[in-house]
Design a protein around this ligand. Sequence first.
Ligand code: MTE
Ligand code: MO
Length: 304
Amino acid sequence: MLIKKPDDIKSSEITSEESYVNRRKFLAVAGVATAGVLGSGRILSAMTPAKRQDDKPNSWTEITTYNNYYEFGTGKGDPSQNATNFRTKPWTVKVDGLVKKPADYQFEDLVKPYKLEDRTYRFRCVEAWSMVIPWQGIPLAEMIKRFEPLPSAKYVQFTTIMAPDQMPGQRQPILPWPYVEGLRMDEAMHPLTLMATGLYGKTLPNQDGAPLRLIVPWKYGFKGIKAITRISFVENQPKNTWQLANADEYGFFANVNPEVDHPRWTQSSERRIGQFRRQKTLMFNGYAEQVAKLYTGMDLRKNF
Ligand SMILES: Nc1nc2c(c(=O)[nH]1)N[C@H]1C(S)=C(S)[C@@H](COP(=O)(O)O)O[C@H]1N2
Ligand SMILES: [Mo]
């Protein structure tokens, strides 16, 4: 059956990661209407499995005007409009919990010891759109080593700044604020995991999570928490914001997995922003060779 995928629906119609509206009924109805409008050729081409398309980076404009950042609004264009005056200086990151060197680090002191690395990664949102993004940043492992976590630290929790005066979304109960995320220690220490400070070799724009945001390229985009102000080392698996909002639809791991559909849409394919043809989604977003071993023996249907 042809139904509208979340990214085929105009952003003005939905905020598709929101869990509050049961969209199933609407999707079924919209699907009937859509099938009548499209020619059968269009339907066929949309159904034909696409060849893997090139991984040419998305443009600066695409990456900085099509965003998810609910603190600045739920529309894709809202963050670029509303985050322009967000203050990222001065910026403090509190490091606490099970570490030998807990401290309040000034952003400049936090990044000073490292050479920034350029890393172009595939980025896959749980809403089934994707981009290729040339990040700049610091491997999270290098940053974590400096804090000297204790052996009892099994997970890392990240917290976004709470600034309702600057973030209009935080003045409304769109999500439980502040936004939080977590990684298992081995995921946090994996060489692919990046603490991003930049984009295309430039300072990270506010709408993309300045001054500091997480990038875990084999996971859905929501793991990439923005405007991080606290890093806590903990013993027990912390919950993330989307789990807190809707535990049936969003899990802790959020590994990109084309075989495990979201309850409301397929995850087997994706639309690369700027391209028309959908393409197949790859296991672990194409990074299986590097990361599959982190999950051996785990049931990935249960641990979604
Ligand atoms: N603090 C915070 N971080 C966040 C979000 C958010 O709403 N608030 N959205 C997440 C989601 S759902 C995605 S897809 C990515 C989007 O990152 P981008 O706008 O840089 O592409 O940010 C993630 N990080
Ligand atoms: Mo997302």
